[in-house]
Design a protein around this ligand. Structure first.
Ligand SMILES: Nc1ncnc2c1ncn2[C@@H]1O[C@H](COP(=O)(O)OP(=O)(O)O)[C@@H](O)[C@H]1O
Ligand SMILES: [Mg+2]
Length: 384
């Protein structure tokens, strides 16, 4: 499984991870962390390949930091094991620890210059002076902060401080880099820019990276694969596009991005198609469903996969996959507009339309009646 997923990474524009068989580099096997009877990490198994940027994504308190701390050897699992490059972390001597963790607050030394901050760990390690100088210079170049070498952290922007922290983490050439909410301290715009910079730096070094975030956009843009976590467990693992387009459960569909979740009943089930009836509309599904007629299930449709028009749409799917509603709310986001349609049952349908024209005479507005429609490939049928 892991190998097929890694090869997809190139399609996302990330550098390809080693796609050789047995490419598992970091194995997390049945790991549990119990705090006085509460399982903060509850039987997690994950296989991560060399060179991957792997994201643990979940809301606050789901156990991300606890898992990361065990990977960083700040804590030990209650049960299960963690194997890095064939070696059990429990048996690795402390001085032979090729792992570096970068914390949410960068914890830069405020009284030291950028140069000295990066050199700090290398000095402690007793690295020879000429080698140390070369390494610090290389790190400054890597994060493009050569000009700022003699500044103190408070004389840098948040994004620059973040890069110093990264340079310091990478200076000792770790085999495994752990990032806990790496961009949490930055504002939205800076965070978006820094996400890409960070990925470029990590990939140019080739270090295997596990990052933790509660921000799904961050996980999507940075990671080759994402593990969605909830209450100490992993719900789904896959490349960002797979998690977004084919969520396995209602929870994942709802957690990642925006979605219209429609509850319904399977009313027709054939080998080549099925029909699910919901309160306001019915869905034509282009494949059979393993279930029996009368079974309840949900249909998830992303807002951007729905079309809006004034006239009733006609399609090969007859009266399926369309619904009429009244525009109750509109929110303009510049490149797109989000409409909230009130349906007959009182339910709301979110529709997002990209604004390809600057001005349209026939643009929908509050109170207008409109038809929403979507293709069967836009739907995801969820039974759990
Ligand atoms: N040292 C600890 N002792 C007891 N409970 C802890 C400890 N560390 C974390 N927890 C609990 O474990 C759960 C997961 O915490 P954490 O891993 O920090 O979540 P996240 O990083 O996903 O926000 C939380 O309910 C937290 O209160
Ligand atoms: Mg945390």
């Amino acid at each position: 499984m892991a190998v097929a997923e890694q090869t997809k990474k190139t399609e996302n524009g990330h550098a390809a991870a080693a796609a050789t068989p047995n490419a598992t580099y970091l194995q997390i096997q049945d790991v549990v962390k119990d705090f006085n009877g509460y399982k903060a990490v509850n039987n997690v198994t994950l296989n991560i390949a060399k060179g991957e940027i792997f994201a643990l994504l979940g809301s606050s308190g789901c156990g991300k930091t606890t898992l990361l701390r065990m990977l960083g050897r700040f804590d030990t699992p209650t049960s299960g094991r963690i194997v890095l490059d064939g070696r059990d972390l429990a048996n690795l001597p402390p001085y032979d620890c090729p792992i570096n963790m970068m914390f949410q607050s960068y914890a830069l030394f405020p009284h030291l210059t950028v140069w000295e901050n990066i050199a700090f760990g290398l000095r402690r390690q007793g690295m020879a002076k000429d080698k140390l100088v070369a390494r610090v210079e290389a790190m400054l170049k890597l994060v493009q902060l050569g000009k700022f070498a003699q500044r103190k952290p408070h004389q840098l922007s948040g994004g620059q401080q973040q890069r110093v922290a990264l340079a310091r983490s990478l200076a000792r050439q770790p085999q495994l880099l752990l990032l806990d909410e790496p961009l949490g301290a930055l504002d939205k715009k800076l965070r978006e820019e820094t996400q890409i910079e960070l990925v470029n730096i990590i990939e140019s070094v080739g270090v295997t990276c596990v990052m933790v975030t509660h921000d799904q956009e961050e996980a999507m843009t940075m990671a080759s694969r994402i593990a969605v976590m909830s209450e100490g467990r992993i719900l789904q693992v896959g490349p960002p596009s797979e998690i977004y387009e084919t969520p396995a459960t209602r929870f994942v569909a709802d957690f990642i991005g925006n979605v219209n979740m429609m509850e319904g009943t399977l009313t027709e089930d054939h080998a080549d198609h099925a029909v699910i009836e919901c309160k306001d509309c019915s869905h034509y599904v282009g494949h059979g469903i393993t279930g029996s007629e009368g079974m309840s299930m949900s249909v998830a449709v992303r807002p951007e996969k729905i079309q809006l028009q004034r006239e009733m749409p006609t399609s090969e799917f007859g009266s399926h996959n369309r619904v009429q509603g009244t525009v109750r709310e509109m929110a303009y986001f510049g490149s797109f507009t989000v409409y909230r349609l009130a349906l007959a049952s009182g339910a709301t349908l979110k529709v997002s339309q990209s604004n390809t024209d600057r001005h349209r005479d026939d643009a929908l507005t509050w109170g207008d009646t409109a038809w929403a429609s979507w293709s069967p490939t836009a739907q995801v049928v969820l039974t759990q």
